[in-house]
Design a protein around this ligand. Structure first.
Ligand code: HEC
Length: 110
């Protein structure tokens, strides 16, 4: 009985961790967006709705090659080539994908 309880507890804890880390990524991405993209592309709702979910997939595929190339020759070029973007990219993608123009989702703030 005791053992069963602890196995159950472990599952609950594991599920809880999974849930928080998934939403943390989107939150992190939203924060990153507001910090780094907003000044050029407007608030998060507007920014994420620039593209469909499929287009965000493509933009961030292969080490985010496409979104980087979109910014070549813009003032954003330096940021996209840097370490900061590399670290932030998966979170940004989670956020942008979650709220892509065909997602039906709207971020609560931003
Ligand atoms: C210094 C300004 C600047 C920053 C910072 C910046 N961008 Fe851009 N972005 C541009 C410009 C300029 C273009 C090219 C013109 C356009 O399509 O609006 C562009 C293009 C894009 C495009 C392609 C639009 C299209 O229709 O093909 C996407 C998507 C995009 N940016 C997303 C982002 C994201 C996400 C971030 C933050 C990680 C970001 N940008 C940060 C200036 C910026």
């Amino acid at each position: 009985m005791k053992r069963q309880t602890s196995v159950l507890m472990a599952i609950v804890v594991a599920l809880g961790l999974m849930a928080t880390s998934a939403s943390a990524d989107i939150k992190k991405g939203q924060k990153g967006y507001l910090k780094t993209c907003k000044k050029c592309h407007g608030n998060g709702t507007k920014g994420a709705a620039m593209q469909t979910q499929g287009a965000w997939e493509e933009l961030f595929a292969n080490d985010a090659t496409l979104i980087k190339s979109k910014h070549t020759g813009t003032k954003g070029e330096k940021f996209f080539g840097g370490k900061k973007f590399k670290k932030l990219a998966p979170h940004l993608k989670d956020f942008l994908y979650q709220y892509g123009s065909d997602s039906g989702n709207v971020p609560s703030c931003g």
